[in-house]
Design a protein around this ligand. Structure first.
Ligand SMILES: C[S@@+](CC[C@H](N)C(=O)[O-])C[C@H]1O[C@@H](n2cnc3c(N)ncnc32)[C@H](O)[C@@H]1O
Length: 278
């Protein structure tokens, strides 16, 4: 039997495990995804095929195999200034409201992947402050969180290869906020790097201890979850957003039919949500 084969029953067991552990819903006919993401784990985990690997994960509950499988099943696609409009709205519409703020603006990039979103927010703020001297004097604290430790390490390393650098980063920002690293990659300069901190967080868990944020980016992650789970996460997000705080979701995501704690603000182009004051 080939190492990449597994039974229909084990596919269902693995799907249930993944949804319970991470919220990610595989649905029907995603056997190919399990095969392509987990076959390389078979040897590493000392088993002979995917059937045995799934049993190790789901039945024997081997923690290390579980964590590796969750990492492998996450989709970490991201790029600088993704969809562009959230960052132009941030600069032109949202930051001016905080112009005279005397404490640091608190911003959360939930599901930050390898850090491009958090650092794009940082570049937008630095650029804003540079253009309007004296504004946002206390700066901003950006928190990036993700379920994947591997991605968080990339955020903390803050070094990006040529392919990553070629995706969405304006040349002028590249010149200003990056330098060459000994690894041959491009490294984020200290001024930007120190604006952001990163920690592991599973959006399924309670995150009230994070405190309250002025602005939250929760983009391109809710799409992997069931409607009920999306609703629960959005309610927890509303609870940790300041009154009148701002929420950005992914360009193809809509949350209006799930929760009523947010008002949609349509812009041209794009949209964002504000928390309704109770
Ligand atoms: C497609 S990336 C989105 C990155 C970024 N927000 C963007 O829009 O470019 C989705 C991220 O969600 C993370 N993720 C998946 N399930 C999660 C969970 N339950 N809790 C926290 N992060 C999760 C993945 O590890 C991945 O890095």
């Amino acid at each position: 039997m080939s190492e990449s084969q597994f039974s229909e029953q084990n596919y269902r067991l693995f799907s249930q495990f993944l949804e319970t552990a991470s919220g990610i819903v595989l649905g029907e006919n995603k056997q190919y995804l399990v095969k392509s993401r987990l076959t390389s784990h078979v040897k590493i985990q000392g088993v002979s095929n995917l059937d045995q690997l799934i049993e190790k994960i789901v039945i024997k509950r081997d923690r290390q195999a579980q964590l590796a499988a969750i990492e492998a099943m996450t989709t970490n696609e991201t790029l600088w200034f993704r969809d562009s409009y959230p960052f132009s709205l941030l600069e032109n519409t949202i930051l001016p409201k905080y112009e005279n703020r005397s404490s640091p603006l608190k911003i959360w990039s939930a599901a930050c992947s390898s850090g491009q979103e958090a650092y794009s927010i940082g570049m937008t703020i630095l650029n804003y402050r540079k253009k309007r001297s004296g504004s946002l004097r206390a700066g901003a604290q950006i928190l990036g969180t993700d379920i994947s430790e591997e991605m968080l390490q990339k955020c903390r390393d803050a070094e990006y290869d040529q392919l990553a650098m070629s995706r969405g980063l304006p040349e002028i920002f590249k010149q200003e906020y990056f330098e060459s690293a000994s690894s041959g990659k491009s490294k984020i300069k200290a001024q930007l790097k120190t604006m952001a901190s990163f920690r592991q967080l599973n959006l399924l868990d309670n995150f009230s201890a994070l405190g309250r944020f002025d602005i939250i980016f929760c983009r391109n992650v809710l799409i992997y979850f069931s409607p009920e789970l999306k609703r629960q996460i959005l309610q927890k997000i509303a609870a940790c957003l300041q009154d009148d705080g701002v929420l950005f979701v992914g360009a193809s995501e809509s949350i209006s039919d799930l929760v009523d704690q947010f008002s949609m603000v349509r812009c041209n182009p794009g949209l964002y949500y504000t928390k309704k004051t109770q």
